[in-house]
Design a protein. Structure first.
Length: 401
């Protein structure tokens, strides 16, 4: 049963103060946020600019590249197909993608040995498949991805992207480690093969249309491109992430080659690629909390929802780390992070809170028990400023239960 929540009017102003200060420091160009309880918006707003500091004010309906916030949507789609009997968590990936049937594992010294464990659907959903990402430090497979500009080239179809992934060895034996990766891209291709439908059509039919998400897609129509927020950053998506040595600066970033505005016939991914707005993505969050859309249509059963939220990462594979960035206290469920050990959290949050973020510093959280949820949108790749944690904390400290 959800708790009654009220907002302290004098304390909730801290959300906007926090955002305004980051804009004044020129750490970000524009920031938008929306925090809700169930279907009631408790706090929302925008600060800063759509394009350049001092230019066009950030509008309420700005469009953002949400990068890895694509992953939870594709993961929910996978759970729907599991409930429909189209695939199972235990299914080997090779059942749908035969090239994954004879994978090798890269060991120290560059030695490759045949994988002993088949990669399965559950491994893809939990990032324990043995795959990696171009930008990860301390991973011997990442440079191999970089050598073909795996995530930097949007001119590959999803099928070609996954085919390229299968050409390289695994970073570890499936199931033995957690490593953030292109696993959701591979999952997306599995869903296409299993359903005999293209990913955009699957998402539209099973998630976007039921949820009323009419502005979330892999492209932006030409007549709406003026609403896309400008992107800044310290590195390209596929470049190795490094701890910064200089203060964060607003350096414009051109991502036309890796994240085009309008290439719907080619640019489709499972792990990134969607554009969305604060209001449109908000319509997806009730599905993660209740399995229902805002109109009451059931997309996931109650039992599947419970199974989805369980932390699936064994304690010996924690703490989770992305490159050099730890995620203290968090495990991973079938759609994203979940706070499994609240005593390890380093910012104000809620036990069992979950959600995920995107490479351009977009972020969302949901909390099933209380019905609280929130979204933060900006556009900066490589930021080391904990914008999402700070705004979430500013919101939560204003609540009375």
């Amino acid at each position: 049963m959800q708790r009654t929540v009220t907002v302290n009017p004098s304390r909730i102003a801290g959300v906007k103060r926090c955002a305004d200060q980051m804009i004044a420091n020129e750490s970000f160009c524009g920031i938008a946020w929306q925090f809700s309880h169930a279907h009631e918006v408790l706090e929302s707003g925008q600060s800063g600019w759509l394009d350049t500091p001092g230019g066009t004010r950030l509008p309420e309906d700005a469009l953002y590249r949400i990068y890895s916030m694509t992953k939870p949507i594709v993961s929910v789609l996978a759970l729907q197909l599991i409930e429909a009997g189209v695939l199972r968590l235990s299914d080997p990936v090779a059942r749908f993608l035969p090239k994954f049937s004879n994978m090798a594992v890269l060991h120290s010294g560059g030695v490759e040995r045949p994988a002993q464990t088949p990669m399965c659907i559950e491994h893809l959903l939990t990032h324990r498949a043995g795959l990696s990402y171009d930008f990860l430090s301390h991973c011997d497979v990442a440079p191999k991805y970089q050598s073909v500009d795996l995530v930097e080239r949007a001119d590959r179809t999803l099928q070609d992207f996954v085919q390229t992934v299968s050409d390289f060895p695994l970073a570890f034996e499936p199931g033995t480690q957690w490593r953030y990766s292109v696993a959701t891209d591979v999952l997306a291709r599995v869903l296409e093969v299993a359903s005999a439908m293209a990913l955009p059509e699957l998402l539209t039919e099973r998630i976007f249309t039921p949820c009323g998400m009419d502005e979330t897609r892999f492209y932006v129509p030409e007549n709406q491109q003026h609403r896309v927020a400008a992107l800044y950053g310290s590195r390209q998506l596929g470049e190795v992430a490094q701890l910064p040595t200089q203060p964060q600066r607003l350096t414009p970033l051109n991502v036309d080659d890796s994240h085009p505005l309008n290439a719907p016939d080619i640019f489709v991914r499972g792990g990134h690629g969607l554009y969305s707005t604060v209001q449109d993505y908000q319509k997806f969050l009730p599905v993660l909390m209740t399995g229902l859309t805002t109109s009451g249509e059931r997309l996931l059963s109650p039992l599947m929802l419970d199974a989805m939220w369980e932390d699936r990462i064994p304690s010996h594979q924690q703490p989770l780390v992305i490159g050099d960035i730890p995620l203290p206290g968090y495990g991973w469920n079938l759609t994203g992070r979940v706070l499994a050990n609240p005593g390890e959290a380093l910012s104000l949050t809620l036990p069992s809170e979950g959600g995920w973020s995107g490479a351009a510093s977009t972020y969302f959280f949901v909390h099933r028990d209380s019905g609280l949820n929130g979204i933060v949108m900006t556009q900066y790749i490589g930021s080391m400023i904990p914008l999402a944690d700070d705004l979430r904390s500013a919101f939560l400290q204003a609540l009375e239960f």
